[in-house]
Design a protein. Structure first.
Length: 367
């Protein structure tokens, strides 16, 4: 056991970044005697804490320190659509970049005061400069950077400002399905590829979900997209549908899962088929549980295009349009053709990522 303090800087854009770091945080706190600091949005930290309390002993949980704050901009969408609101995103990024130098300086002071030996960054730009100023080794772990995404629809001076920060990164681990374009903006980094991470599945809960129905189970998670506002009846389709709130499938064979549900990953694992947006976190859960996927894409977002292209090449998923939901039986027939290899291609890489992070604490001591 190592008596060192670690810090996780996590994007508060959506819940995918905090969710995929939960197994990393749990692994880290089990392997050190020091504190693990987690920096993210307030609601995101509440979500993480609820999950981590189940995974850790009381003593381990007591060594996690949560620091709430807005950490990232991400993407801003036009109201009721999946289209990027370029004007609003531009304004938000200009303000974010203007605040970055002072925020990084203050964070560097905090890192020194709390004797942090190494940090993990999953997106927040200012944490890169903060760690550089404090002399704290930083490990960037992700499947994209904002630079290659922003380059497609933001003014040049903004995405180049992001690029300048990412170019400071010296060490990184790239998740499976990562954007190849991100390599352009990590020229100084010692990089290694890793697999996937996801919250652990709960076998008893999965069996309980499956035991409720003898027909195929379909998990549908689409959010509140305005492109899917008209109710679609699946009455008569030979399947039971578990859907997240905001998915307007109708029928006696539809069960709505409330937003408050903590372990949505168990519905992924219990399902025979998954229909969802192309978010990396849900895709990772599907791959680890070996579930056929039909994915909706934001065609204007490079990350989504990359994820779907790679899955289609491997024949592990298909792209779906909203219109195809009206022909649900045909869609499920298509998904039946998706099969996984006998030897799994992907694994949960939490242990190897944390091992890499801990090697940086040893280097910090040598310095």
């Amino acid at each position: 056991m190592q008596a060192k303090n670690l810090c996780f800087y996590l994007s508060d854009h959506g819940f995918g970044h905090i969710a995929r770091n939960i197994p990393l945080i749990a692994e880290a706190v089990r392997r050190i005697d020091g504190y693990v600091y987690v920096v993210c949005g307030e609601r995101h930290l509440e979500f993480a804490k609820a999950n981590l309390l189940e995974l850790l002993t009381p003593e381990q949980s007591s060594r996690i320190r949560y620091r709430a704050g807005h950490t990232d901009i991400g993407l801003i969408l036009q109201q009721g659509t999946l289209l990027v609101d370029t004007a609003a995103l531009t304004d938000a990024c200009v303000q974010y970049l203007a605040e970055r130098p002072e925020r990084a300086k203050q964070e560097a002071d905090w890192l020194r005061q709390h004797d942090v030996a190494a940090a993990l960054c999953d997106m927040p730009l200012w944490s890169i400069s903060a760690c550089e100023q404090a002399g704290v080794p930083l490990l960037y772990v992700g499947n994209f950077t904002w630079t290659e995404l922003y380059r497609e629809f933001l003014p040049e001076h903004i995405w180049k400002a992001y690029a300048a920060e990412y170019r400071k990164i010296q060490r990184g681990m790239l998740y499976a399905l990562h954007n190849p374009e991100m390599l352009e903006f990590l020229p100084r980094a010692e990089l290694s590829e890793t697999s996937l991470v996801a919250r652990p599945f709960h076998p008893d809960e999965i069996r309980a979900i499956r035991a409720r129905y003898t027909c195929p189970i379909v998990f549908v998670a689409l959010g509140m997209s305005a492109q899917f506002t008209q109710p679609v009846s699946v009455e008569g389709v030979e399947a039971h549908f578990y859907v997240t709130e905001g998915v307007p499938l109708t029928g006696s064979n539809v069960t709505v899962i409330p937003y408050s549900t903590l372990h949505t990953q168990d519905y992924v694992a219990a399902a025979d088929y998954v229909i969802t947006k192309a978010g990396w976190g849900t895709v990772a859960e599907c791959l680890l549980a070996q579930k056929p996927m039909a994915l909706f894409a934001r065609d204007s977002v490079l990350e989504d295009r990359t994820t779907i292209r790679k899955l289609e090449q491997k024949k592990l998923g298909i792209k779906v349009t909203y219109e195809q939901l009206t022909e649900m039986s045909d869609l499920l027939e298509q998904m039946k053709q998706i099969t996984y290899p006998a030897v799994p291609e992907y694994h949960n890489a939490a242990a190897e990522i944390v091992s890499k992070l801990l090697t940086l604490t040893e280097k910090a001591i040598l310095l």
